[in-house]
Ligand binder design. Sequence first.
Ligand code: NAP
Length: 250
Amino acid sequence: MDFSNHKVLIIGASSGIGKATAISLSQKGASLVLVSRNEENLKEVVAQCTGQGHDYIVIDVKNGKDLEEAISSNVRNTGIPFSGFVYSAGQEGTIPLKFIKEDFLEDILKTNTVPAVLVSKVLIKKGNFSKEGGSFVFISSVMGRLGQPAKVAYCMSKGGLIAASKALALELASKKIRVNCISPGMVLTEMSSKILDSVGDENADKIRQMHPLGIGEVKDVVNGIEFLLSDNSKWITGIDLLIDGGYSAQ
Ligand SMILES: NC(=O)c1ccc[n+]([C@@H]2O[C@H](COP(=O)([O-])OP(=O)(O)OC[C@H]3O[C@@H](n4cnc5c(N)ncnc54)[C@H](OP(=O)(O)O)[C@@H]3O)[C@@H](O)[C@H]2O)c1
């Protein structure tokens, strides 16, 4: 795949799936704008990217207004519109219903769901996105489709992302912007390592066994992201691509 002449915004690019996507897309010629809260990590990712001219924005996605302004100002300053958008920022949360507080529910939506929609809104503003159209890819989770005890907040936020992507796919089709989700099962990243470390050996083994093909690698998800960003998927919009090692087939 060739991503020369593509400018891709990756939110949640400082680690895990977002970081691996950035490095891989840069090797295929893309120019990148990377977003997260951690400047040091973003600098490190830029250093690992191939090619010149990659940029980064240090911001907490919960600050919607600042995020919108930062994206618009990147286009104003460079004069180059985006043609791809990957939303990979996410926060995990395992809290049984009886301990759930309203603040926590709002907080997880403000990280996992709401910014994907607000950024989509900014990107369709005049001049911010390629006139030829392009592709948005939101990273949801199998938990957006399937339930799990003590995961109500996370499941709600990821299910919301899938629903939002379908509504946006219909609304933006006339602009030739495709909007799709990817729902991974567990792939080894900082986020999933923390989960495996915290649940104890027995539960970690159970989680592994729930994936018939074993725990995934970030590359398994990156391949799907690149497919959905590329013209190879030019007739695909509004889908949720499960990349889960068979987790949801059971
Ligand atoms: N790993 C898995 O097994 C798995 C499975 C299913 C779905 N997913 C989903 O895939 C996505 C990526 O997961 P991952 O495993 O790559 O996680 P990760 O390694 O923890 O990376 C999460 C990214 O999101 C950024 N982020 C989190 N909160 C943010 C905030 N408030 N503002 C700005 N950036 C923020 C983090 O950057 P900073 O901390 O630097 O801000 C980081 O770049 C997530 O949405 C996750 O829910 C992961």
